[in-house]
Write a protein that binds this ligand. Structure first.
Ligand code: SF4
Ligand code: SF4
Length: 433
C-alpha cells in the first residue's frame, strides 16, 4: 500500500524543501511530488532530468477576433473586471483586446457582443513535468505568472505521483507541500497519510505553525512537528514543542542551525549528502519518523544502516547501570545526547560494560555496539578507542578520564541526575516505542 507523507510549513523559508530533499535521498525508492507549485524549488536540489512535459490548463479567458469586431464597445461597458482594453483606431474603428491577466473568464462579454467576435478558450496556467532524479521519479509543476487554480494543479501533481507509485510499485510518496493554510495546502493535505510540519523558532513561526497544525488536525491527519534552526531560540523552540504536544501532534525532533545546509544547497545537494552537523539531526528525524510518519521511512533507513546496527538500535544490549562496577563516565555530546558508561574491570581486562543514554536510536545502537566490543578487551585498548572519539568526558569520578582500573565507585552511589533519569526511564527500555 502506498503511503503519502506531506511536509508543510506555516510560512515559507523554514527549511521544508531542504528537509524533503534530504528525506528523498534517504528514501531512495520514494516518488517525490513538489506541490509547492507557486514557488517550486525542490528541483534546484534534486536536479531532475525531465522526461515528460505537459501543459496545465484551467479556467477560461476571453479573446477578441479583431477581424469580426465592429468596435461597438459593448464588451468594455459590460466587463466588471476592467479586462477590456481600447487599443486606439484600426482602419477607422476602435480596436479592443482582452487583458489575459485581468480576465476572469466570466463570459459576460461573449454573451453581449453583437458581432459574436469573442471566444472563450481554456486558459494555459502553467505546466507539470515528470522527471527522473537520483532519488527516484519526481513530479513537479510551475504556475504561470498571475495564474490561479494552484489547488487544482497540486491535486494533479499528487494524482500523477500516485499513478507512478502504483505503476512502479513504490510504497512511499514524499510531498513537498506549499506554505500557508490556503487552497493549495488543503489540496496537498487531503487524503494524505501523515504530515510533518516544519517551523523555525520565531514568533511568526510559532503563530503560523499553530494555524497549519489546526488545519492538519481538522482533517484528522496524524501530524508531527520539527523545529528547524532550533538553537537560534531554545526558549521559543521549547514553547512550540509544548504547544504542539498539547494540540495532539508528535514532536519528531529538532534540526540545529548549520551553515553546512547552505553549503549543500549551493552544491545542489541534500544536507544528508554532505558531512555536516545538521545531517545527523535529519537522520534522526528520518529514523524517528518511522514510528509516526509511516513504516516506509524505516525501511528506507534500512538501506542506510547495516542490519547489525539496526538490530542494536531496536534491541540495545548492556543497558542500565550494573549492580557492580569499577568505573563510570558521563558526557553530553555535541548533539545534546547524554551518555553514561560503566565498566567492570578486573586484572586490566573489561569484564562488564554497560551504558544508558537519553539520545536517539542511533545513540542506543552505537553505545550498545561499543559495550559489546569493550567486553573482554584490555582497558588500554578500550581507552585508546575512547581517546579517538570526539566525546569529552566530564565525569563523577576524578580519574575516570584515563579509563583506568583506578576508577572508583562514587562514594554516594549514582549521581542525582542519573538516579532521576533512571527513575524516569525504566532500565533496559529502548527509546523506540
Ligand atoms: S470574460 Fe468576463 S472578465 Fe473576461 S473580458 Fe469578458 S467580461 Fe471581462
Ligand atoms: S462587443 Fe464585440 S464587437 Fe463590440 S467591441 Fe467588443 S468585441 Fe468588438
Amino acid at each position: 500500500m502506498v503511503k503519502e507523507i506531506v511536509v508543510i510549513s506555516g510560512k515559507g523559508g523554514t527549511g521544508k524543501t531542504s528537509l524533503t530533499a534530504a528525506f528523498a535521498v534517504l528514501a531512495q525508492r520514494a516518488v517525490i511530488a513538489d506541490c509547492d507549485v507557486d514557488e517550486a524549488d525542490l528541483h534546484l536540489i534534486l536536479s531532475p532530468d525531465v522526461r515528460e512535459r505537459h501543459e496545465f490548463r484551467s479556467g477560461q479567458e476571453a479573446m477578441i477576433r479583431a477581424a469580426d469586431c465592429i468596435g461597438c464597445g459593448a464588451c468594455l461597458a459590460w466587463c466588471r473586471f476592467d479586462a477590456i482594453r481600447m487599443n486606439g483606431q484600426v482602419a477607422g474603428e476602435t480596436a479592443f483586446s482582452v487583458d489575459p491577466i485581468a480576465c476572469e473568464g466570466c463570459g459576460v462579454c461573449v454573451r453581449f457582443c453583437p458581432a459574436k467576435a469573442i471566444d472563450l478558450s481554456e486558459r494555459r496556467c502553467g505546466e507539470w513535468t515528470v522527471s527522473e532524479t537520483r532519488c527516484g521519479p519526481m513530479i513537479h509543476a510551475r504556475l504561470g505568472p498571475a495564474a490561479e487554480n494552484s489547488g487544482k494543479l497540486v491535486s494533479l501533481v499528487r494524482r500523477e505521483a500516485r499513478r507512478i507509485a502504483g505503476r512502479q510499485d513504490r510504497s512511499l510518496i514524499l510531498v513537498d507541500g506549499p506554505p500557508g493554510i490556503g487552497c493549495p495546502v488543503i489540496a496537498s493535505l487531503t487524503g494524505a497519510d501523515s504530515v510533518l510540519l516544519v517551523t523555525e523558532p520565531t514568533l511568526s513561526g510559532e503563530h503560523d505553525l499553530k494555524r497549519v497544525l489546526e488545519l492538519a488536525l481538522h482533517f484528522g491527519i496524524p501530524a508531527a512537528v520539527s523545529v528547524n534552526k532550533w538553537d537560534l531560540s531554545p526558549e521559543i523552540t521549547e514553547r512550540i514543542e509544548i504547544k504542539a504536544r498539547q494540540a495532539g501532534a508528535r514532536v519528531l525532533g529538532r534540526v540545529r542551525y548549520d551553515e553546512g545546509v547552505t553549503q549543500a544547497q549551493m552544491q545542489a545537494r541534500a544536507v544528508v549528502e554532505i558531512d555536516t552537523a545538521a545531517a545527523h539531526d535529519v537522520l534522526y528525524l528520518w529514523h524517528e519518523g518511522s514510528t509516526s510518519l509511516g513504516r516506509e521511512m524505516e525501511t528506507s533507513a534500512d538501506s542506510f544502516y547495516s542490519p547489525n546496527l539496526r538490530d542494536h538500535a531496536l534491541h540495545p544490549r548492556n543497558m542500565g547501570p550494573p549492580a557492580d562496577f569499577t568505573g563510570h563516565a558521563r558526557t553530553t555530546g555535541p548533539c545534546g545526547d547524554t551518555l553514561e558508561f560503566w565498566l567492570g574491570v578486573r586484572n586490566g581486562t573489561v569484564e562488564k560494560a554497560a551504558f544508558t543514554t537519553d539520545g536517539c536510536a542511533f545513540s542506543h545502537a552505537y553505545d550498545s555496539v561499543a559495550t559489546c566490543l569493550a567486553e573482554g578487551k584490555s582497558i588500554a585498548q578500550v581507552a585508546s578507542w575512547l581517546r579517538r572519539t570526539s566525546w569529552k568526558f566530564s565525569t563523577v569520578c576524578p580519574k575516570s578520564m584515563s579509563i583506568a582500573p583506578s576508577w572508583r565507585q562514587p562514594r554516594s552511589g549514582l549521581p542525582v541526575s542519573m538516579r532521576k533519569r533512571h527513575h524516569q526511564r525504566p532500565r533496559g527500555r529502548s527509546l523506540r516505542p
